[in-house]
Design a protein around this ligand. Structure first.
Ligand SMILES: *Cc1c(COP(=O)(O)O)cnc(C)c1O
Length: 424
């Protein structure tokens, strides 16, 4: 078994360094920055993950998770509600979020869709959410199919479109006044973080008051609420207790292999459990997965602040070295939205240059007109990979500046029309 060297990307606190070292497979924390040669000597599997910027879903379970945590998990049947590790995870997340009960499921799509279904919205009914929301765009039309509701997507107009506000919701709100043309609003669904940005707690509270005044439910797609709480410097509960239901992914920033937890009151979770079975999502000996998720919440989540700092470091490096490459969305958590247009570097060329260093990004075979890409950081990304990334951007931007290359579309207003995700 080969041992690998990895540069700690923080010198703050020995505890964190040792946590990272323990969590990452076969890794020794190097006291000095390793040379590129050391980096390329990483095992293939490991190298892939420390330098994979496509998504935070790509984190890999470590040997420790598999050998110690999953091996010692309970092996009861969760459909019988007899598995201790699953129950322990569910009550742990319920407690962390200030809710009565939790339900561990296979995916965030499932926990979102179960939340809507278990909210028992009867047609004609509609839902309000940000037009960029996952529940509206990336869940295969599940809302219409499972819950027979219409979505009124809301555009964020204030604060440069950073997040939707009560005013934005008021514009689209459908009052239940007996007008037979309309599907009244029954639920508002928020997402936090959304494209890596944090909806401030103050706004969440204002929307909660608005929901109460209008007697509608409030759901949170909190796939990355872990990141939002860390970025906002507050307790997870501060955000989550404002909602009737919350979906929290454990397979993203938390670093668990699989899953998502839905929390809410006992009645809602009971319904959700029933519908989960109907969806075909009742799982049996799920304890190993639950134990891994539980362990990741306790051990990986505490390192998230450093991941966010690394994202900022990457963004600053790109802006410094990129000769016109711009970061067009504020870096508030673990995502960096890069636009290469101003630098004259083709996304395809960047992707190729990075690949030579073992670094992967989304949109690998981008069209020439594509200049934007989303970079996602996670707990297994190394500081070395980020430094290499900045280096490649610098070299390509330098070459392009020498040749006087410019790409069209540097200042186009419809930037966000480009598909920047690659894969979610
Ligand atoms: C990833 C994600 C989900 C759920 O995705 P799954 O792949 O189904 O687990 C839901 N909402 C948001 C915002 C997400 O990023």
């Amino acid at each position: 078994m080969s041992t690998t060297l990895i540069q700690p990307w923080t010198l703050r606190g020995q505890r964190l360094l040792s946590t990272r070292a323990l969590l990452t497979n076969n890794v020794i924390v190097a006291p000095v920055r390793p040379s590129p040669a050391t980096f390329s000597s990483l095992s293939t599997v490991h190298q892939r993950i420390v330098a994979d910027f496509r998504s935070d879903t790509l984190t890999q379970p470590t040997d420790e998770m598999i050998k110690k945590v999953m091996l010692s998990a309970s092996r009861g049947d969760d459909v019988y509600e007899e598995d201790d590790s699953v129950r322990s995870l569910e009550s742990h997340v319920a407690q962390l979020t200030g809710h009565e009960a939790g339900l561990f499921c296979a995916s965030g799509t499932m926990t979102n869709q179960l939340a809507f279904k278990a909210s028992l919205l009867t047609p004609p009914a509609s839902i309000l959410c940000d037009r960029r929301s996952h529940v509206y765009r990336y869940e295969a039309g599940g809302l219409a199919s499972h819950s027979q509701t219409t979505v009124y997507p809301v555009q964020a107009l204030a604060n440069k479109g950073h997040h939707i506000t009560v005013q934005d919701l008021e514009r689209e709100f459908v009052v239940d006044d007996g007008d037979v043309h309309m599907a009244p609003t029954r639920l508002i669904s928020l997402e936090n973080t959304l494209d890596g940005t944090v909806m401030p707690l103050q706004e969440v509270k204002a929307i909660r008051r608005f929901a109460n005044e209008n007697k509608v439910l409030l759901h949170l797609d909190g796939a990355r609420i872990w990141n939002a709480a860390v970025a906002a410097g507050c307790d997870l509960k501060d955000f989550t207790q404002e909602f009737d239901s919350v979906s929290l992914c454990v397979s993203k920033g938390i670093g668990a292999p699989i899953g998502s937890v839905l929390v809410g009151n006992k009645g809602l979770i009971k319904k959700a459990r029933h519908f989960r079975k109907m969806f075909g999502g009742g799982w049996r000996q799920a304890g190993g997965l639950a134990a891994a998720a539980h362990w990741c919440i306790d051990n990986v989540w505490p390192t998230m602040k450093e991941t966010h700092a690394l994202a900022k470091y990457l963004a600053e490096g790109i802006e410094r070295e990129g000769k016109g490459a711009s970061i067009y969305q504020p870096v508030e958590s673990n995502m960096v939205f890069l636009d290469l247009a101003g630098s004259g570097v083709l996304l395809r060329d960047l992707s190729r240059g990075l690949k030579e260093k073992g670094i992967r990004i989304g949109n690998e075979d981008a069209l020439e007109s594509q200049t934007q890409v989303r970079l996602v950081l996670h707990w297994q990304i190394s500081r070395q990979a980020v430094d290499d990334f900045i280096g490649v951007v610098g070299e390509l931007a330098e070459a392009s500046a020498r040749e006087g290359r410019v790409l069209p579309g540097g200042d186009v207003g419809d930037k966000k029309q480009q598909s920047v995700y690659g894969r979610r």
